[in-house]
Design a binder for this molecule. Structure first.
Ligand code: 2P0
Length: 332
């Protein structure tokens, strides 16, 4: 951001950020530190151009409380814990006790497995830091966003990102970096809305439950290899390796959630129907799909396959967005 703009933000303590949700192809699942959202292994993701969160931050002395308003609804104080970690960190750096009001808008449903917590926390961190006049490096902003939601670290840099596990106890080396820009690989991304209802078990809760699965240790050991493999497939634009990796990674995560003492099944019947179609099609055309902790399906394909895939998606009769890989956080 330009220094002049920074000064302007600082002067009236207001700033607005626009960020994209991100979808992981080598997924984050499990923490070595819960209060700092420090992961057990690296993850790889891309920003989704069509899934946008815009957040306006205003620091002031008026109220005794911070406030977060999402799509016009005020979040109850007891649900502010995650965003408070970000705001407390900024208060700490600034040495002030101002309060912050955050007004946020998403163009997609919340908590339905479309990474709204990622883009929400990333937008809150970017807007609140800019409004406070903080001149943070991208890596520092990514680590700040991580405090709200782990995967938010990956919505700060643009295009294809890798979130490094890091080794330090304070988490300062656990942030995401871009390894390829948004236009690096001409892929089409379809976000298919299987449901707009909130998922029944949150990601954090399910991660904790999974740590008691008898398959947890082998899951972690295997997951440690995934970021290198997926990053390499992207860098080489090798769709066959990419698609194999994306499917392997998704299936292992969902297989694991099903082995909790209280099993969690995020897939809806329609998700399974789409996954089966994509797995069949992937033999013949460059297409693959993934599902995060929810039931909505993200279908990714190369340009050559796009017309056929789009027709098949239209035939499902479900709401969808056609989009592509997006940029990182911006102050607007
Ligand atoms: C990911 N997910 O890598 C994985 C794949 C969902 C499935 O990161 O507790 O909301 O805030 O750190 O970031 C969702 O977990 O969890 C997630 P917290 P977060 O995108």
């Amino acid at each position: 951001m330009m220094v002049e703009q920074e000064r302007e933000c600082h002067k009236n303590y207001r700033a607005k950020a626009r960020v994209h949700a991100n979808v992981a192809v080598a997924k984050y699942w499990g923490k070595r530190d819960e209060s700092l959202n420090l992961p057990l292994f690296d993850s790889v993701a891309f920003n989704v151009d069509g899934l946008i969160t815009e957040t306006q931050a205003h620091w002031h002395n008026d109220d005794t409380r911070d406030a977060l308003i999402i799509n016009g609804w005020q979040v109850p104080a007891q649900s502010m814990g995650r965003v408070e970690r970000i705001l407390d960190k900024i208060r700490d750096i600034k040495g002030w006790d101002k309060r912050c009001t955050l007004q946020s808008r998403n163009n997609f449903p919340l908590a339905s497995g479309l990474a709204s917590s990622a883009s929400g926390s990333a937008a809150a961190a970017a807007a609140a830091a800019a409004a406070a006049g903080l001149e943070l490096r991208e890596s520092e902003l990514s680590a700040l966003a991580r405090l709200g939601s782990g995967s938010a670290a990956r919505s700060i840099p643009g295009g294809w990102t890798r979130w490094r596990t890091g080794h330090l106890d304070d988490g300062s080396d656990s942030f995401a970096e871009s390894f390829a820009p948004a236009d690096y690989w001409n892929l089409h991304v379809f976000v298919i809305q299987v449901t707009d209802s909130q998922k029944s078990v949150s990601s954090s809760e399910c991660m904790n439950m999974c740590m008691r699965s008898p398959f947890w240790n082998v899951f972690v050991e295997e997951s440690k290899k995934e970021a290198d493999l997926l990053q390499q497939a992207v860098v080489q634009r090798d769709f066959a390796s990419f698609s194999a990796g994306v499917h392997r990674n998704m299936m292992r995560l969902h297989a694991l959630t099903m082995t909790c003492e209280r099993p969690v099944l995020y897939f809806a019947p329609k998700s399974v129907e789409i996954i089966q179609k994509v797995l069949r099609a992937t033999q013949a055309v460059p297409v693959c799909c993934t599902v995060d902790a929810g039931s909505n399906v993200i279908v990714i394909c190369e340009d050559s396959a796009c017309p056929f895939i789009k027709n098949d998606i239209i035939a499902l009769g479900l709401p969808f967005i056609q989009t592509h890989v997006g940029n990182g956080a911006q102050i607007v």
